[in-house]
Design a protein around this ligand. Structure first.
Ligand code: C2E
Ligand code: MG
Ligand code: MG
Ligand code: MG
Length: 280
């Protein structure tokens, strides 16, 4: 009967909610465990400089291979780590491990001028953690790539005052900052100008339909023109086709990152990629 079905639906719904909650709690438990045992690995996605015609840097990205769930994407566990305070040890781990791996692989500033690291806003405004990150950057300084800290535009703009003062403080200590996923956060030029930035990264949602999508083409051109007046380097992320690369080159973009150039790879493969040049 209909009544029966209704009740079944009710139980189904309830079970689904309960299951979601259990999943979340067990994911959190496993994430804590992964933090303790450092069960993460790193991949590196190199960036090609159009102005210098060489590999200029790489972005380090975290990977979590869960024993039962398989690979859990960072978009799923980083927000959880941010809410639960686990992002602090994770970020320290990523920086420390990346610097170690690069040293062991013999990749220094000669091979790669910069290493970009994703920095959550909660980390940026935590002085103790930032101090330790800064300490590691300094102790590895000789011959190592310069570290660039990426903050998403949305996070930066939601907390503009705190972002501004933290960035200014750490900029004075020699840190370099980049705005990630730019174009998704509706910043005004005036607000952006306040931040001590080395670079802007255009979000891949604007890149993916280039050059055919007229709106995206116009937005991308506007971002590139604006960055030029602010003397900011621009990295285009998510470049997947030679047509996108050519469009970005023709419009004055300085650096490209994306699958067409190179996928994110473990450190062992990074050396091989850096040995090849891009024809553009
Ligand atoms: P993001 O910083 O914007 O990183 C770029 C993402 O785009 C990466 O996804 C990368 O694998 C992917 N990607 C690169 N090229 C292409 C392309 O040509 N096409 C497509 N479709 N995708 C491309 P990933 O590794 O899944 O990371 C997702 C996000 O998770 C990152 O976005 C970043 O916000 C966050 N994340 C990753 N590692 C860390 C970390 O160590 N710390 C923090 N706080 N966040 C991290
Ligand atoms: Mg990033
Ligand atoms: Mg990004
Ligand atoms: Mg992103």
């Amino acid at each position: 009967s209909a009544k029966h079905q209704g009740r079944n639906r009710h139980y189904l719904f309830h079970d689904q909610l309960k299951q979601n909650l259990i999943d979340r709690l067990s994911l959190l438990e496993d994430l804590r465990e992964a933090c303790n045992t450092r069960a993460f690995s790193l991949v590196y996605q190199p960036q090609w400089s159009l102005t210098q015609q060489c590999w200029i840097g790489a972005e380090v990205l975290i990977r979590w291979q869960h024993p039962k769930r398989g690979a859990v994407p960072p978009d799923q566990f980083i927000p959880l780590a941010e809410r639960e305070g686990l992002i602090h040890p994770i970020t320290e781990f990523v920086l420390e491990r990346a610097l170690k791996e690069l040293t062991t692989a013999g990749i220094g500033r000669q091979q790669l001028a910069t290493l970009s690291l994703n920095l959550s806003h909660t980390v940026l405004i935590n002085e103790a953690v930032m101090n330790r990150l800064q300490g590691r950057v300094h102790s590895h300084r000789d011959g190592q790539p310069d570290i660039i800290m990426e903050i998403t535009e949305t996070a930066a703009m939601e907390n503009l005052e705190a972002t501004l003062s933290a960035m200014e403080y750490w900029r004075a200590q020699g840190m370099r900052f980049s705005i990630d996923d730019f174009g998704t956060g509706y910043s005004s030029l005036a607000r952006l100008k306040q931040l001590p930035l080395a670079e802007l990264k255009i979000d891949r949602s604007f890149i993916q339909d280039l050059p055919e999508d007229v709106n995206d083409a116009v937005i991308t051109q506007a971002i590139l023109a604006m960055a030029k007046t602010l003397s900011l380097d621009v990295v285009a992320e998510g470049v997947e086709t030679p047509e996108q690369a050519q469009f970005l080159k023709d419009n004055g973009c300085s650096v490209l990152q994306g699958y067409w150039l190179a996928r994110p790879v473990p450190i062992g493969e990074l050396t091989h990629i850096l040995a090849h040049t891009i024809d553009l």
